[in-house]
Design a protein around this ligand. Structure first.
Ligand SMILES: [Zn+2]
Ligand SMILES: [Zn+2]
Ligand SMILES: [Zn+2]
Length: 300
C-alpha cells in the first residue's frame, strides 16, 4: 500500500521510485561480513548507543570509512597488517590517488556571501579544486541553517534550574532569563550589577560584549526579539518572579484562568486582558488526557 502511494508522488516532475527493502537473507549475509570486523556484534542489538561502545567496529569506521549526514563511504585501508581488507586489486599508483569524495566547499570569491549559498548551489568550488584536500561538513546548507538558529549558550544551560536572574529589555519591558552553569560568585555578581547599571539591554542582543568576563559565563537567549513571548523558564525557575502575561510581559490586568482551560492543560501561563482583546489565548502546555473512550466503556 505504502509502495503504490509513494510511487504516485512527484518531485520536480520526477516520479518517486520505490526499491524493495533488503531481505532477511541479505541482512544475514551482510552481517556475516560485519562480524569479521567485530565479533562482539549482535544482529539484534544495533542501536547507535550499543554500537558506539564496540571498540573494533569504531576503529574500523575511523580507519576505513567516512560518515557524513547524507553519505557513507568506505575504502580499503591499504595496510598490509589489516585483517579485514583483502589485497588491493587496482594498480597501486591508481589506488593511491583515490580519495574520499570531498564535502561541498564554497568557492573562495563567494565566501563573504555564504548566507546566499543556501539558495544558490552554483557558488561551490569545483570538484577538482577540493578533491584530495581535507574537507568537513560545516558548509552543509541544512547544518548552516541550524547553526544560524542555534543559541550561543550550551543547550544544557538553558533550563529552569540554571536561571540565576532576570533582566528587563529597555524597549519592550519584557523580562528575559539569565542562565549560567554554576551560581555566580560574589565577584561575578558585582560585575553583573555593573552591567545592569551601565547598559541598556534589549531583546536579541548578548548580555555583554565579547571581551567581557561574563560573556561565556552568564547567558541570555539571543535568538529572541521584542515580539517573542516570555520564556517558560521564567515561570518554572522557582525564583518566584512576579506573574506576568505570557504574551506581552505585563503584570497588570491578568485574567483568571477559566476551568475549561485549566482542566485541559497541566500548565497554563498568564494572559492579560489587553492581549485577550487582541485575540491571544491562554498558552497551555502538556495536554491532560481525558480518556474519553475508557469512560464511555464504563458507562455501558
Ligand atoms: Zn583495512
Ligand atoms: Zn524587548
Ligand atoms: Zn498581555
Amino acid at each position: 500500500l505504502l509502495h503504490s502511494r509513494t510511487e504516485r508522488l512527484v518531485l520536480h516532475e520526477n516520479p518517486f521510485c520505490c526499491y524493495d527493502p533488503a531481505s532477511d537473507h541479505d541482512i544475514d549475509n551482510f552481517f556475516k561480513i560485519i562480524l569479521e570486523i567485530d565479533k562482539s556484534l549482535n544482529v539484534c542489538e544495533t542501536t547507535a548507543e550499543v554500537l558506539s561502545k564496540k571498540k573494533e567496529l569504531q576503529e574500523f569506521l575511523k580507519s576505513h570509512c567516512r560518515i557524513r549526514h547524507y553519505s557513507f563511504q568506505i575504502k580499503k585501508c591499504n595496510d598490509v597488517n589489516c585483517n579485514v581488507c583483502k589485497q588491493v586489486r587496482l594498480p597501486q599508483h591508481i589506488f593511491e590517488n583515490i580519495d574520499f569524495l570531498p564535502d561541498p566547499i564554497p568557492s573562495k570569491c563567494n565566501i563573504i556571501f555564504i548566507r546566499i549559498l543556501t539558495a544558490n548551489t552554483d557558488c561551490y568550488e569545483g570538484f577538482k579544486t577540493v578533491y584530495n584536500t581535507e574537507t568537513s561538513e560545516k558548509y552543509r546548507p541544512t547544518l548552516m541553517a541550524a547553526m544560524e538558529n542555534a543559541e550561543r549558550a550550551p543547550p544544557a544551560i538553558l533550563t529552569n534550574t540554571k536561571v540565576r536572574d532576570i533582566i528587563q529589555c529597555f524597549q519592550c519591558g519584557k523580562f528575559r532569563c539569565l542562565y549560567s552553569e554554576k551560581a555566580l560568585t560574589t565577584v561575578q555578581k558585582s560585575e553583573f550589577q555593573r552591567v545592569i547599571n551601565d547598559w541598556d539591554y534589549n531583546c536579541g542582543s548578548p548580555l555583554v560584549s565579547e571581551d567581557h568576563a561574563l560573556y561565556n559565563i552568564l547567558f541570555v537567549r539571543e535568538k529572541v526579539t521584542c515580539e517573542s513571548p516570555i520564556e517558560l523558564a521564567y515561570y518554572s525557575s522557582r525564583k518566584n518572579y512576579i506573574s506576568v502575561c505570557y504574551w506581552c510581559g505585563y503584570e497588570k490586568g491578568l485574567i483568571d484562568i477559566p476551568t475549561h482551560v485549566s482542566s485541559k492543560y497541566k500548565f497554563v501561563f498568564p494572559l492579560c486582558n489587553i492581549c485577550q482583546i487582541a485575540g491571544k489565548e491562554f498558552f497551555g502546555r502538556i495536554e491532560i488526557k481525558t480518556n474519553t473512550r475508557k469512560r464511555k466503556r464504563n458507562d455501558l
